[in-house]
Design a protein around this ligand. Structure first.
Ligand code: AMP
Ligand code: MG
Length: 364
């Protein structure tokens, strides 16, 4: 009994609401004090909710990995409030990295640079690089400033689950495991930041996001997109990309997955519609509860719970993780999703959708 008590030691998780336009200073100070004492605080950013800890406190960082059940080799993004903080964390960023910072910060772009010694190895999964971002959210910025040091802040969910876009998602996953959750409303973007590795030439986009490949190339010229193909549900990567793949270990893990099985159907709209109806009928015959994610208003699926996720990638980004979580709550067994175009923000949304399906993709 005693052993179990030690392992499952519960923390009382508090939830406070903070105004995202005018964060109340006394509430920010309250949250900052918890972090200063080595505690964990979930807070909103413009992308998803982050689980914040002092980036220089190894013990606190260890607790972040523990609370999330995150593999130790999956590095954390360090969040800063001011441009000058970059130089505390990273060795001389290249000129084009500075261009990106000036153009896209604060905002949903994470930049990987050579790290300085001050950044604990545990935060970067032993890597000699550090991923840095300045979030575009007043609560996040006030909190970082109030603590006075950069914060590591991975998505505030259980590792592998859909990322949290609402305080109640965080509560569902991390209740009893962290000290405080700041409720700052629904996040405006809904998927995680673009991650770009600026320690190599050409730079490589490790994770697509709403700062698009197209927008980045317009500013700094050609960049590579980390690409991998999928065979029989196994991710396989080209020889040349395998080195880069391992550079962002987070990529190899199961991600964004609801409890339900997810299938993505790719092809021409008409064929996709037909195939999904067939798959749904089959699943219903086997007494499975079916959920469908659609990007077309003119597709009316019968007898199944259907979530119209929007026809514009930006809107879909905002809703996708909520839809996945809500479908789990409805006890849905199989989620069948249409696919969307891989251009611009569509690339990021497709990436999350396919990962949530564990690359279970049917082409018609
Ligand atoms: P999360 O904060 O949960 O959204 O995940 C952070 C993402 O950034 C993961 O995919 C990590 O692999 C990636 N990342 C963090 N630090 C680094 C780094 N130093 N080099 C490459 N990728 C990184
Ligand atoms: Mg995450």
């Amino acid at each position: 009994y005693l052993v179990i008590r030690v392992i499952t030691k519960m923390i009382k998780t508090k939830l406070i609401r903070i105004n995202k336009f005018r964060p109340e200073p006394e509430k920010i100070r309250y949250a900052a004090d918890i972090i200063k004492r080595g505690g964990l605080v979930a807070f909103p950013t413009e992308t998803v909710y982050g689980l914040g800890a002092n980036a220089f406190d190894e013990n606190a960082i260890r607790n972040v990995f523990k609370a999330k059940g995150r593999p130790a080799d999956n590095p954390l993004i360090v969040h800063i409030a001011e441009l000058k903080d970059v130089h505390r964390l990273a060795k001389k960023p290249p000129k084009i990295a500075k261009l990106l910072m000036e153009r896209f910060w604060p905002g949903p772009l994470t930049i990987v640079l050579k790290k300085k010694k001050i950044v604990p190895d545990i935060a970067t999964g032993g890597s000699n690089t550090v991923a840095i971002r300045m979030p575009d959210n007043r609560i996040a910025i006030s909190l970082i400033k109030s603590v006075g040091v950069p914060l590591v802040a991975p998505s505030a969910n259980i590792s592998g689950k859909p990322s949290p876009t609402r305080a109640k998602d965080v509560l569902e996953d991390l209740k009893g495991k962290i000290e405080l959750i700041i409720d700052g409303g629904k996040t405006s973007i809904g998927i995680e930041s673009t991650v770009i590795d600026m320690t190599v030439m050409p730079p490589i986009i490790l994770r697509p996001g709403v700062v698009t490949l197209e927008a980045i190339e317009k500013l700094i010229g050609k960049v590579k997109l980390l690409s991998f193909t999928v065979k029989e549900e196994k991710i396989s990567i080209s020889e040349t990309d395998s080195k880069n793949f391992l550079k962002s270990p987070g990529l190899k893990y199961k991600h964004y997955a609801p409890n339900a099985e997810v299938i993505v159907v790719e092809g021409k709209a008409k064929d996709v519609y037909k195939k999904i109806n067939l798959l749904a009928d089959e699943a219903l015959k086997n007494n499975k509860k079916v959920g469908i994610i659609s990007f077309r208003k003119d597709h009316k699926y019968k007898n199944c719970y259907t979530a119209f996720a929007g026809s514009n990638a930006k809107v879909v980004a905002k809703r996708l993780f909520t839809i996945l979580r809500e479908m789990d709550k409805k006890g849905i067994d199989i989620i069948i999703s249409e696919s969307l175009s891989g251009k611009g923000i569509g690339l990021a949304v497709s990436d999350r959708l396919k990962r949530s399906a564990g690359y279970n993709i049917i082409k018609v």
